[in-house]
Design a protein around this ligand. Structure first.
Ligand code: SF4
Length: 127
């Protein structure tokens, strides 16, 4: 990681941790989740909830917590912008980017590069 990225991470990490409980995945999709960090899901799902959401909307793994994806849906309905981004199909997490700056990765396009063999529908991932 170069000097510029280290400086950017030094700003991005505390800011996004304080606001969104960010886990610094390096490939931010807050615009697709009603500004709810999907990495707080214990299964790290990127395209909606698992089949274990409880009847009260809480998490299968942590019954005392609301499902991140239930929150994401509800919050996305209230956003004036990006509401349709909830329907984007996101590729699996690229763990090589963990700890890097999602801001820099967005600008450089690094967060759009997929490893060989990932045939994610990229046209819908960032349309
Ligand atoms: S999606 Fe990634 S970069 Fe965005 S808030 Fe969550 S952990 Fe942070």
């Amino acid at each position: 990681m170069g000097v510029i990225e280290r400086m950017t991470v030094a700003v991005e990490k505390p800011l996004k941790e304080a606001i969104w409980d960010c886990r610094m995945c390096g490939q931010c999709i807050l615009h697709s989740t009603g500004l709810t960090c999907p990495m707080r899901c214990p299964k790290n799902l990127r395209n909606g909830p698992c089949g274990g959401v409880r009847a009260n909307g809480n998490c299968e793994v942590f019954p005392d917590r609301p499902c991140v994806w239930v929150q994401a849906w509800e919050r996305s309905r209230k956003l004036p912008l990006f509401r349709d981004h909830m329907h984007h199909v996101n590729p699996p997490v690229d763990w090589r980017l963990k700890g890097t700056s999602s801001w820099i990765n967005l600008v450089t396009g690094r967060d759009h590069k997929r490893p060989a063999g990932w045939a994610a529908p990229e046209s819908s991932a960032h349309a």
